[in-house]
Ligand binder design. Structure first.
Ligand code: ATP
Ligand code: MG
Length: 664
């Protein structure tokens, strides 16, 4: 056994290299990063923490256009769960995303639509976007949608999804987007929970060369949603679809009836902007509610400083608009800043694994942002697919899960050719925008660390046993935030007590993230994954993310998931599930190699007691590994798997159960 006292608390920090913003990235920069140095960041950061009202008032006036100025910058507290920002202020989201840019330059491209089939896409300018949004806003009004009503969006990744977002916000309604990969039951639950009376959808979807019966799924869901009075259907493929006269209306027929301008509704800063259900990796999805001004400011701020967005940039976030990443970084951040955003309908594997890189080449993309799950897939496919010429690329973002150092390095070297900066952005549906993240062009980075807090974010590491904050560096615990920030969620829809109990009552006076984290000797943050995902072996608190990262270093490993199981001797033992790359055979020898890999890279105490080689891991539709399912299977509680409707491939569960049984 390794002597715990000799193991540095934040082990990897002492071993990894620090990467400075690449000189080549600065050389090809159209001007220079918005922030000139790490020192300038530190100085501004300090101001944002010690004088938050002064700092945020300045930024809110600089980045947003207000119909009426605010007077009270911030009220309320984390302890009381009544935080509010920019009171008395009035503004409209769609005005800030569209009108102000359309007035300045109507011909500037707002949306670069890259269709599922290469070469079937098109561009939409800011001028066109304003006209389309206005028409749909008229249609929604006609359907009876009023200020404050929720409207459900169940659309594939097409420009109309963005038009729908903006039309809803234009009339002061609240969008509730449901990822169009969800089943009818999941859609039904969200429509009912949000009390939506109108649903916007398409006849079909097209993804990776396959057709998806979108409208049919909506019809199935709505059988149990008696309050839905209208369904607006965009014709994507022209397929024959079921139709309910009186309820269903064609998008293209309705928009023809209305003029191309409608004045935006004047909204108060704290009026709800949208609801979004979390991915459900830990339990029943929560309807997270964001409000207008604070959320918009968080999106604009992080777009500008984290991704260093400049006027002529073309920004490509590969996330789906059904998730928070798609909300904030496909729609809000790039359009608030008036640049072009890529809306990609397809998958990174169609027609082949070069698709992302070809899109980047074709549209001269400057910033690219995607989840580690996609990067693992593409790394697994092999470097030969990364042939595209991507000279404009300056920033490569990662989001949604810890990114293993091996994958980070592949992203940096093979994709970015060491000419683009990696930003590993940590945040949540509830935080609205990036909260712990490097700033491109400014912050030095360490593979696997989300680095430093964004402006206004004051992280605290808390000892989960005593509930006390642990000060100083080189510490490990759970991650919380000490101050409210503008883009934090204000409530869970219709369940404020759940909001308080999940985030604000756990450690009074703090916002609790639910994630474990370490702060290393230089103050850099290392996200360990959810608190439930920590394994405790003989008193060593091991992060599943760290063991998984070690496993991925093995050449045969495509993906790995680690969980703890009860063990008489050690309290908990490490068990690993591994999906291997094509061309490798499952064998005892291979399993031994995997165990050895962890012993070598972390220490014998972290070595898995069992390794299961499985065809794939259980993942949510947003690509996150659902470890709670693996824990249940190992505990023999296969009949108590809980909500599995958010799994992308439910059939994988039975295959994993079989593997576990066979090896016992
Ligand atoms: P649910 O709350 O329903 O379980 P979820 O937490 O997966 O779903 P999201 O809000 O989409 O839903 O994800 C936020 C979580 O994703 C974070 O709490 C964290 O665990 C993880 N995460 C996001 N970005 C990073 C990152 N850069 N590094 C490590 N983990 C990350
Ligand atoms: Mg969560």
């Amino acid at each position: 056994m390794a002597d715990q006292a000799k193991t540095p608390v934040v082990a990897e920090a002492h071993l990894v290299d620090t990467f400075h913003p690449p000189q080549k990235m600065l050389d090809k920069h159209p001007s220079k990063p918005h922030i000139s140095s790490l020192e300038e960041y530190q100085q501004l950061y300090k101001e944002s923490i010690t004088e938050p009202e002064k700092y945020w008032a300045r930024k809110a006036r600089e980045l947003l256009t207000w119909t009426r100025d605010f007077e009270t910058v911030r009220t309320g507290s984390l302890a009381n769960g009544d935080v509010a920002w920019f009171l008395e202020g009035q503004l409209n989201a769609s005005y800030n995303l569209v009108d102000r840019h359309a007035f300045k330059d109507p011909n500037k491209v707002a949306i670069i639509y890259e269709a599922d089939e290469p070469n079937e896409g098109r561009n939409l300018t800011y001028g066109e976007l304003l006209r389309e949004v206005s028409k749909v806003a008229h249609v929604l009004k006609k359907m009876g949608v009023r200020k404050g009503d929720t409207v459900a969006i169940y659309l594939p990744m097409i420009p109309e999804a963005i038009i729908a977002f903006l039309a809803i916000t234009r009339i002061g309604a609240v969008h509730s987007v449901v990822f169009a990969g969800f089943s009818a039951d999941s859609l039904r639950d969200r429509v009912l929970d949000a009390q939506s009376k109108v649903v916007i959808t398409s006849d079909e979807g097209k993804r990776g060369g396959k057709l998806i019966g979108t409208k049919k799924i909506v019809d199935d869901a709505l059988k149990q949603c008696p309050d839905v009075s209208s369904v607006l259907v965009f014709k994507r493929t022209g397929a024959d679809i079921p139709w309910t006269p009186g309820r269903d209306l064609w998008w293209h027929e309705e928009v023809e009836k209305w003029p191309s301008y409608i004045a935006p509704e004047v909204m108060n800063s704290e009026d709800p902007l949208f609801l979004l259900y979390t991915s459900g990796s830990t339990g029943k999805p929560k309807g997270v509610m964001h409000t207008t001004a604070g959320y918009l400011l968080g999106a604009a701020m992080t777009g500008k400083y984290v991704f260093d967005i400049h006027d002529g940039d073309r920004y490509f976030c590969g996330g789906d608009v059904g998730w928070i990443t798609g909300h904030t970084y496909v729609v809000y951040a790039p359009l608030l800043l008036g640049v072009s955003t890529v809306v990609f309908e397809g998958t990174p594997a169609y027609p082949n694994f070069s698709r992302y890189w070809e899109i980047i080449e074709k549209h001269k993309v400057t910033q690219f942002y995607v989840a580690p799950t996609a990067l693992r897939l593409l790394k697994r496919a092999g470097d030969d697919f990364v042939k595209a010429h991507m000279p404009e690329l300056r920033v490569l973002g990662s989001v949604g899960e810890p990114i293993a150092a091996e994958v980070w390095k592949w992203y940096f070297e093979v994709v970015g050719k060491e000419e683009a900066q990696i930003v590993d952005t940590y945040w949540q549906t509830e935080t609205g925008s990036n909260v712990i993240t490097p700033l491109a062009g400014v912050t030095p980075t360490k593979p696997g660390s989300a680095s430093l807090p964004f402006f206004g974010i004051e992280p605290a590491i808390i000892d989960p046993v005593s509930g006390e904050e642990i000060h100083g560096n080189d510490v490990e615990g759970v991650l919380a935030f000490k101050q409210p920030w503008p883009s934090m969620a204000r409530t869970v829809w219709g369940a404020h007590k759940r909001y308080m109990d999940t985030y604000l009552n756990v450690y009074k006076g703090y916002y609790f993230t639910g994630d474990g984290a370490g702060r290393d000797h230089e103050g850099f943050y290392w996200i360990r994954g959810r608190v439930d995902d920590v394994v405790n072996v003989s008193g060593h608190r091991l992060s599943t993310a760290e063991i998984e990262a070690a496993l991925i270093e093995h050449h045969a490993v495509a993906e790995a998931a680690v969980v703890g199981v009860a063990d008489e001797l050690t309290g908990q033992a490490v068990n690993a599930f591994v999906a291997i790359k094509d061309g490798n055979e499952s064998s005892d020898a291979l399993r031994k190699e995997f165990i050895l890999q962890v012993r070598k890279s972390i220490g014998p105490f972290a070595a898995p007691k069992a390794v299961y080689i499985v065809p794939d891991l259980p993942k949510t539709r947003s690509g996150k590994i659902m470890r709670r399912i693996l824990r249940k299977i190992l505990a023999g509680e296969e009949d108590q798997l809980g909500d599995t409707t958010t799994l992308s491939d439910p059939s994988i569960v039975d295959k994993i159960i079989k593997t576990v049984h066979e090896s016992r």
